[in-house]
Design a protein around this ligand. Structure first.
Ligand code: SAM
Length: 274
């Protein structure tokens, strides 16, 4: 492995395979190393070469995102290679190159002007993309399924479900600015089978969905109320619940749900109504 800035630059300038569009992970790794080593370098010539590499790699990345966006508009499952290459049961709440990919392809901008949240409601933070890919891989979603993300933020989960499976997807989110951004994204990519509704998850139409997804959007009484509503649905038809993060512990304690596989707050958990 290259040791310092000079060695990383020599490696990145010489390794032609780094310019292959699909080698995104490797390019992002090199960009991180260049940035890290450049911080402690005062060598103007090396810094210029590092800057030229950064500009070149970022242009290749933008080209990849644009090509994938066009594939999505053409109805292709453009993200399938990343889902197929997923490691078994990814863990942890950090972000990685798959989040850069999703953010580059969806082109979402996070609005800064959002209203403060009432108690027990959790601020926006996206599920790391590899866990969404894991949901898509594990759930085996058919055209008869409807995935509802309760507290959907910028709508990444419903967008990825609708883009990569035959299922329909609905995002329910109380912040109008997030719903507007999600709708613009779906429209710009021509993704059908996805809808975004603005409102409180407690008032959602639970009858519309077969699989409910929660990335710890709320706690306490709000969570109790939403789980009560899903339980009432489960009294007359089978439903599934998928979760990520601390809310998994609360969901796992529900006696009317049984876990399908391992339950951990560090990985995607899937439950079926008993
Ligand atoms: C942790 S983020 C999860 C975002 C998204 N589900 C994901 O996984 O990428 C929680 C989201 O839930 C929303 N939220 C919190 N309480 C809500 C409620 N009662 N009804 C609807 N949305 C809510 C927040 O505005 C925030 O966007």
């Amino acid at each position: 492995m290259p040791a310092g800035l000079r060695e990383w630059i020599a490696y990145a300038e010489g390794e032609v395979s780094l310019r292959e569009p699909m080698r995104l992970r490797e390019r992002l790794d090199v960009l991180d190393r260049l940035e890290l080593h450049a911080e402690s370098s005062g060598d103007a010539e090396l810094l210029m070469r590092a800057e030229a590499l950064r500009a070149n790699f970022e242009e290749i990345n933008r080209g990849l995102y644009a090509a994938l966006r066009q594939d999505i508009r053409d109805g292709k499952n453009a993200l399938a290679p990343w889902i197929d290459a997923l490691e078994v049961a990814p863990e942890g709440d950090g972000y990685d190159d798959r989040d850069d990919l999703v953010s580059g392809v969806l082109g979402l901008d996070e609005p800064d002007d959002v209203a403060p949240l009432p108690p027990e409601m959790v601020f926006y933070q996206p599920t790391p993309a590899r866990h969404i890919f894991e949901l898509i891989r594990r759930a085996g979603l058919s055209e008869h399924e409807v995935v509802m993300d309760l507290g959907s933020g910028l709508g990444i989960v419903p967008m990825l479900v609708a883009m990569t499976t035959a299922a329909r997807a609905i995002g329910v989110e109380r912040e109008q600015a997030y719903v507007d951004a999600a709708q613009r994204c779906a429209q710009s990519l021509g993704v059908g089978r996805v809808a975004f509704e603005c409102g409180d998850a407690r008032e959602a139409d639970f009858s519309k969905a077969t699989l409910f997804y929660l990335y710890t959007p709320f706690t306490g009484e709000v969570m109790r109320s939403v789980l009560g509503a899903i339980r009432r649905e489960a009294a007359h038809r089978p439903v599934r619940v998928a979760s990520f993060g601390p809310c998994t512990k609360v969901i796992a304690a529900e006696s009317w749900l049984r876990a399908d596989g391992k339950v951990s707050t560090e990985s995607l958990a899937l439950f079926q109504s008993a």
